[in-house]
Design a protein around this ligand. Sequence first.
Ligand SMILES: Cc1ncc(COP(=O)(O)O)c(C=O)c1O
Length: 469
Amino acid sequence: MIWIEINKEEPIYQQIYVGIRDQILLGELREGDRLPSSRELAGTLNVSRTVILEAYDQLMAEGFINSKQGAGTFVESGALLESFQTSDVQLTYDKTACSINTPKNLIDFRSGVPCLEKFPRKKWGSIAKDVYENINPSLFGYHSPEGSEQLRNVLATYLYRARGIRCHSNQIVITSGATQAFTLLAKLLINSNTEVLIEDPVTKEIPEIFIERGARIIPIPVDQFGIQTDRLSSKRRKSIIFVTPSHQFPLGGILPIQRRIQLIDFAKGTNSYILEDDYDSEFRYSGQPVSSLQGLSPEQVIYIGTFSKILSPSLRIGYLILPISLVEKVKNLKRYTDYHSPTIEQVILAHFIQHGHLEKHVIQMRKLYKRKRDFLIACLKNEFGNLIKIHGASTGIHLVGEFNFKFSKKILDEIKENGVNIFSVEKHALVKGNHDNKLIFGYGNLTEEELEEGVRRLKNVMKYTFLGR
Ligand SMILES: Cc1ncc(COP(=O)(O)O)c(C=O)c1O
């Protein structure tokens, strides 16, 4: 007789299938053994006959059993696996693992998260509905690796208007966020002899992507204006140069034109490419967004853009603007990586930009972020007075607060235990020891109440650790 313990969590058919399969693999049911009829087993286990038939069908399709007309269902030969052990892995899932929120009450100053509440759901949703209902069926098929032609055309026009970028749509390759753009470039341009001159500090993951390919990382220090280009002069070798000239991450400098020209001259003189990571410069709070480096030297600069900050990181849409000579190679790499990025999302985004919604959204968000930034600065000044110096607040959705104290990991952990998640610039430093007195305050996704409370909690911890009050 076959007995299987049926529980309420997993599908019944699955439990019966696994139960019989395991008994065969373990040799408890042997070649030629006759299985009970579906009616009989349904009665024994007190389940419907349909689920038994479903389980038998699956076992038959996988070759565990066979049915002989009129004689019944039998275990097939060769299905005993000597080393087989039933798995104790729980098929139930941890419901808390699906939570999309940070732990209750934790105020999270992590940088780079836009205001998720304000994602333009209605507009995006109505465009999405329209696109799904009306696009040509061919768009549900496979496409070329560079991405939607419609999006690339719209993007080329938008970028010229918004960022002074000079490019043809056939120089654009749509990627899965800027992160995939870095990975593709690393595969294309980096081998174990390549030197990468890179801003220090820099987003932690970026040099790691290059190191993975064997690059030799040469940190170039950053000051309040961005990369210190005069430090390049001694490195006159062909290399790759990584910069965030419109808004240095994390220190916030905006690279002045003199340094931009120096950078381009260096790249031309050494036959190097500059990777320009432009991740959030649409949010500039005085004057216009600064022009791109790419606009000054399209042959020397590879531009990397993303919709993670102006719209949402969950879209995973970024793009590369490449010198023509690199386009085909990058397209091939993209094809071998994931064929192409999801087409429908790209088409929705193309409509969103084409009908002016992106520019409207950016204007609204810029106002909102400016309010949040001013509020945060007021809170910081209120709590810390002249114990804090603010850096890099003119653009983007984070700023840096410099103190007279060092924030060790232990202290940051203590701050976290007191309800505030915050990182120091040191986390992103290549040469350690120069930036552990600076904290990064991401404010894009926090309300004014959270900003105020977060700064108050931070002050409370610091009062006992540093300020001695
Ligand atoms: C400076 C910088 N560039 C690029 C990215 C990557 O963005 P994504 O891969 O979401 O497009 C980040 C992520 O926060 C970043 O901080």
